[in-house]
Ligand binder design. Sequence first.
Ligand code: NAD
Ligand code: UDP
Ligand code: UDP
Length: 319
Amino acid sequence: MKRSLVTGGAGFIGSHLCERLLARGHEVLCVDNYFTGRRATIHHLMGNPFFEVMRHDVTFPLYVEVDEIYNLACPASPVHYQVDPVQTTKTSVHGAINILGLAKRTGARVFQASTSEVYGDPAETPQTEAYWGNVNPIGPRACYDEGKRCAETLFFDYHRQHRVSIKVARLFNTYGPRMHPDDGRVVSNFVLAALRGEPLVLYGDGAQTRAFCYVDDLLDGIDRFMAAPDAFVGPVNLGNPAEISIRGLAETVLRLTGSRSTIVTRPAQADDPRRRCPDITLAREALGWAPSVALDEGLTRTIAYFDRLLTAGPAAAVC
Ligand code: NAD
Ligand code: UDP
Ligand code: UDP
């Protein structure tokens, strides 16, 4: 039986990943400090004898015996990662050092959840893995962007220097059921506002773009990447290349919910990237992967989730 460690396993993506690994017959150790994660997302797994949860902060060393590691621990929403920016950088950098030290000692293959934010406010679109990025190193997003960039550096240096088996993926905006209602990211904000009949707030004019990947598609990509030959270490973009403006997203959410909420604007956020869209040629060619859930379909499932959450409360957090 394979022993998998998932850091950040009580978070949005991590909880789906723990569930998948258990379904595949793995023994899963979920490590989380509950900074943005919740017990509600993993509550349904607690009775499984092959599932174990450890409250632990990855900035501290971790000595466990595992066969593979998924390093997802890090707040992902700008609202949350900017609350304690020093801790955000520590989580990415000290967290990577500890997790790589663990991988080096145990010989475990290690997946790193890197991010499209390493491209910053990109001067090229769509972004290929060859693009080095355009990040403001001292801005309010830098704790996350530069933390993740440094983590990539550490992953590649542990790979070259210590022969650690690494898999570095750059995830683009991902959404779906189990996003925290107070997550603060655009999909959950818009869906909840629409369902509550409150205004959808655009930061800036809404012309900035993102490309949204449904969580199941992302997990398929992670699976394929982890199963790929050792030599394919990445970085590889995992995202849905269907680019949409944030205003377009707001209009789509209103259409799908049938909500009569209005759309209002607020000042733009500092250093907010204007364009973001993955070039997924590498993932297509090396992994045979491409997303299959269209935005309307994924949003419909996400809307149904938040609708249940509003009606039934936290008990509906697992779906
Ligand atoms: P999330 O905030 O829901 O989950 C992150 C989890 O990490 C939470 O459970 C949190 O409590 C935990 N955590 C934070 N700091 C920790 C620490 N120091 N020690 C232990 N646990 C800690 O976010 P998510 O959307 O599930 O993102 C998961 C990973 O994927 C993150 O590393 C994020 O940077 C990356 N990512 C996500 C997206 C996205 O759109 N969701 C895009 C790019 C990259
Ligand atoms: N580490 C860990 N778990 C392990 C092995 C190492 O948390 O199973 C930590 C250890 O505390 C160290 C870091 O990972 O600070 C980096 O380990 P490495 O072996 O690269 O560094 P060294 O111990 O030689 O400084
Ligand atoms: N955004 C918005 N209204 C919101 C939340 C976010 O207009 O309620 C915008 C935000 O300024 C950014 C985009 O939506 O341009 C995506 O924001 P999010 O925080 O989801 O993720 P990011 O890709 O910026 O990390």
